[in-house]
Design a protein around this ligand. Structure first.
Ligand SMILES: C[S@@+](CC[C@H](N)C(=O)[O-])C[C@H]1O[C@@H](n2cnc3c(N)ncnc32)[C@H](O)[C@@H]1O
Length: 191
């Protein structure tokens, strides 16, 4: 009945969800994405869509959800912050509710690309210089591709009361990832 899409982008998955649910909430950090989503929802006649600008506490999101979803989002968020989002999103699931969370755990980068990526993240101006060297706009932002520990994610899901988790592997242009399907329960995880 109530679904949430975290990192909804322009509403690609939110609009089909709106077709199937009573009420859907799309959350994104980017105001321009949210504006585009609103236009796309209006064009699709999806009137049961609430849009919320994300902050780290997801303070604009209220109530519990039967379905929480996030696809191609957490991989772009630094791991510690992404883990906190996973815990928060899972805590918003109603009993019996299902979350589907996609993350990458292995970037698939060569040793050379790994060093360049590390420099772009950690060395001031490195992203700027490498953008110029590649003929891109100097201030083009770095698209992060973070590697999560699936074990830590399973532990978070466990602590948030998910007794069952199903794992499906996914491939993102060479980066290896997983889709974690988790169901929240009110029974103890360990019996
Ligand atoms: C690659 S797009 C994926 C969009 C959508 N999930 C899809 O599959 O079409 C990633 C989205 O995550 C959003 N995003 C990145 N960091 C975020 C954060 N901290 N909180 C919420 N959304 C975030 C971006 O603004 C962008 O719209």
């Amino acid at each position: 009945m109530r679904a949430l899409d975290f990192g909804c982008g322009v509403g690609r998955l939110l609009i089909p969800l709106a077709d199937r649910c009573e009420e859907v909430t799309g959350v994104d950090i980017s105001p321009s994405m949210l504006a585009e989503t609103r236009r796309n929802c209006d064009a699709a006649g999806a009137r049961n869509v609430k849009l919320v600008r994300a902050d780290d506490a997801l303070s604009g999101v209220s109530g519990s959800f039967d379905f929480v979803h996030s696809y191609i989002v957490l991989q772009h968020i630094p791991v510690e912050r992404g883990e906190r989002f996973l815990a928060k999103l899972t805590s918003m699931l109603a009993t019996g509710g299902v979350g589907i969370f996609q993350v990458t755990y292995e970037s698939g980068l060569s040793s050379r690309s790994r060093i360049l990526y590390w420099a772009k993240v950690n060395v001031p101006s490195a992203n700027w210089l490498l953008n110029i060297a590649r003929g891109r706009k100097p201030h083009a932002p770095l698209m992060q591709l973070n590697e999560y520990s699936v074990t830590r994610l399973l532990d978070i899901l466990c602590k948030e009361g998910c007794r069952e988790v199903y794992v499906r592997f996914s491939n993102h242009g060479g980066a290896r990832g997983v889709l974690l399907f988790a169901r929240r329960s009110d029974a103890p995880v360990f019996t």
